[in-house]
Ligand binder design. Structure first.
Ligand code: HPA
Ligand code: MG
Length: 220
């Protein structure tokens, strides 16, 4: 079966309001700070398991996956994805050796509109010569991802794939850069599942829409 369409993500329409907070549990300290549960943790987890399945199929011939996790927002997605890859390997007796490296990125445009990408705190990236899976929480215009891909290509990897938990529908969206998409969402600011607003909300499991009160309270 051709999975190409399914790898492109569950599409959340522009008018999706999210679920009422009363329907789920969440940390009490965020009681007034979130508007709705945009994507519940259980749905995220099952979607991540599904993506792990596609990845297993695509990397099977290479016997290993060199995972490049883009911090900080990607840490939960990456941890859960790698865990599911291990479980699926165990259950099918087709173990894939998995290694993980972590990077942080700062991107900015100079006055020539040339993208420059600063890679921070990277360990030894020589493992990028293998079969690489870039794991990123959000891909929107793709400017950052394009620059990162260019950098990874300099190591001449055997293959490079990109997993994005969320792809945002923005003008010139970069859907085609992302091989495995969890969810395609409107251009909303969401928090939770390691995505932050000024470092808050990373401890929230669901992906949520922040409330006006929350925006004010954690403003810097
Ligand atoms: N949430 C958190 N961080 C982000 C987002 C978002 O929606 N978009 C870009 N960085
Ligand atoms: Mg952030």
């Amino acid at each position: 079966m051709d999975n190409a369409g399914m790898k492109k993500g569950i599409v959340l329409k522009d008018d999706w309001p999210g679920y009422s907070l009363d329907l789920f549990t969440y940390p009490e300290h965020y009681h007034e700070d979130i508007e709705s549960v945009y994507i519940p943790h259980g749905i995220i987890m099952n979607r991540v398991e599904r993506l792990a399945g596609y990845i297993m199929d695509d990397f099977a011939d290479n016997n290993n996956i060199m995972v490049l996790c883009v911090l900080k927002g990607g840490y939960k997605f990456c941890a859960d994805l790698v865990e599911f890859i291990k479980v699926l390997g165990r259950n099918s007796n087709k173990y894939l050796e998995t290694r993980v490296e972590f990077i942080r990125l700062k991107s900015y445009l100079n006055d020539q509109s040339t993208e420059e990408l600063q890679i921070i705190g990277s360990g030894d990236l020589s493992f990028l010569r293998g079969s690489v899976l870039i794991v990123e929480a959000i891909v929107d215009t793709g400017k950052t991802m394009k620059a990162l891909l260019k950098h990874v290509e300099t190591f001449e990897p055997k293959m490079v794939k990109v997993a994005g938990l969320l792809v945002k529908r923005v003008p010139n969206m970069a859907e085609s850069l992302t091989d495995y998409v969890g969810f395609e969402i409107p251009n909303h600011f969401v928090v939770g599942y390691a995505l932050d607003y000024n470092e808050y909300f990373r401890d929230l499991n669901h992906l949520c829409v922040i409330s006006k009160t929350g925006k004010m309270k954690y403003k810097v």
